[in-house]
Design a protein around this ligand. Structure first.
Ligand code: SF4
Length: 75
């Protein structure tokens, strides 16, 4: 499990990440990503999250590991 982090000082609002991760990010009127939650990345979305990190033109995205005991409980 991992969590997506946005460096708001680097993001230039092109909206690519919201296109790649619509389950986690919305896009505001200026193209900046709007988190839909705490940005914990479920396993099924890990590939898309890694792709967003790799393709962010501003290098504003990164993934960090979330330890199992801190991850939200799944139902
Ligand atoms: S892809 Fe990067 S630069 Fe573009 S909106 Fe997302 S975080 Fe910002």
């Amino acid at each position: 499990m991992s969590r997506l982090h946005v460096d708001w000082t680097a993001c230039d609002g092109r909206g690519l990440c919201a296109e790649l991760l619509p389950e986690l990010l919305a896009e505001d009127d200026w193209g900046y990503p709007v988190p839909k939650g705490d940005l914990t990345v479920p396993p099924a979305l890990e590939p898309a999250a890694r792709q967003a990190v790799d393709r962010c033109p501003a290098l504003a995205l990164r993934l960090t590991a979330v330890s199992a005991e801190r991850a939200p409980a799944s139902s």
